[in-house]
Design a protein around this ligand. Structure first.
Ligand code: NAP
Ligand code: GCO
Length: 267
């Protein structure tokens, strides 16, 4: 084994879904720096134009596709295009996701279903589309972006917790079903990361004070702060590289210690 190549992604083709900005963008940037060719998708042309400029500014030649990951036809077409333009996908990161923070008794069934559709059904759809290529190629890495809500509940996020808990089990099932083809499927479970998705939880109050949820999260995190998307780069590269070939069906929580901590005791 060549130790210097253990974390290299040289020559690999990686698809990171929903990587126009936020966590997906940082993971794609890390993969590009480790040598991979990058494909990503998002839903709007506006986000696509901005993302292509942002990748270019980092010196990354990423290929962008407009594709809604909940639409199986669109996903199949995107995967076929990537195979033609970059090659068969070696690494898939199911990152695209949304959250709706609505008390359960006030949440419509349509809202609940939309979250399940994007956060749980779509990883099934995209994984299903890339697995045949990985089987033929003789290896593959699927990384599902899980959450604290794969383990914990809280007020207002019933659909999101149901989806991310389900995604943890989809991860274990893909591991179980495709391990024999040298395909590893693991979860990456970020803690509370400063991205557009969590921006409403960090907004300053009208009087300039911190959002109560912002203070709550800092008190729940041993590090006492929100994490940055860049802090997921190392763990994401590990799960995509040969260094993790014997790691399968695992959820790697990158949470600054939240799941280990009972919370700051009152003074
Ligand atoms: P974000 O900033 O809101 O970015 C989400 C991305 O997903 C966007 O690029 C968005 O593209 C894309 N997307 C959403 N629905 C899509 C669809 N149907 N088809 C294609 N693309 C779609 O979110 P983030 O905070 O980076 O989160 C990324 C992932 O990490 C999500 O799965 C999230 O649940 C998870 N996560 C986040 C945190 C956190 O604290 N931020 C913690 C744990 C887990 P468009 O804008 O074009 O729709
Ligand atoms: C929330 C947050 C979380 C995070 C993340 C935690 O409202 O509690 O948005 O769910 O985004 O998934 O790991």
């Amino acid at each position: 084994m060549d130790f210097s190549k253990l974390f290299s992604l040289e020559g690999k083709v990686a698809l990171v879904t929903g990587a126009a900005y936020g966590i997906g963008f940082s993971i794609a940037e890390a993969y590009a720096k480790a040598g991979a060719k990058i494909a990503f998708n998002c839903r709007s042309q506006h986000h696509m134009d901005q993302a292509l400029a942002d990748y270019k500014a980092k010196g990354i030649d990423a290929k962008g596709y407009i594709c809604d990951v909940t639409d199986e036809e669109q996903v199949k077409n995107m995967v076929a295009d990537i195979e033609k333009e970059l090659g068969v996908i070696d690494i898939l990161v199911n990152n695209a996701g949304i959250i709706k923070r609505i008390p359960m008794t006030e949440m419509s069934v349509e809202d609940f279903k939309q979250v399940i559709d994007i956060d749980l059904n779509a990883p099934f759809i995209v994984s299903k589309a890339v697995l045949p290529g990985m089987i033929k190629k003789g290896h593959g890495k699927i990384i599902n972006i899980c959450s604290m809500m794969s383990e914990l509940g809280r007020e207002t996020v019933s659909a999101y917790a149901a989806a991310k808990g389900g995604l943890k089990m989809l991860t274990r099932n893909i591991c179980s079903e495709f391990g024999e083809y040298n395909i590893q499927c693991n979860g990456l479970g970020p803690g509370y990361i400063a991205t557009p998705q969590t921006a409403p939880l960090r907004e300053r109050q009208a009087d300039g004070s911190r959002h109560p949820f912002d203070s709550f999260i800092c008190a729940k995190t041993p590090a006492g702060r929100w994490l940055e998307p860049e802090e997921l780069m190392g763990p994401a590269v590990f799960l995509a590289s040969e260094a993790s070939n014997a790691v399968n069906g695992h959820i790697l929580y990158v949470d600054g210690g939240i799941l280990a901590y009972i919370g700051k005791q009152p003074k």
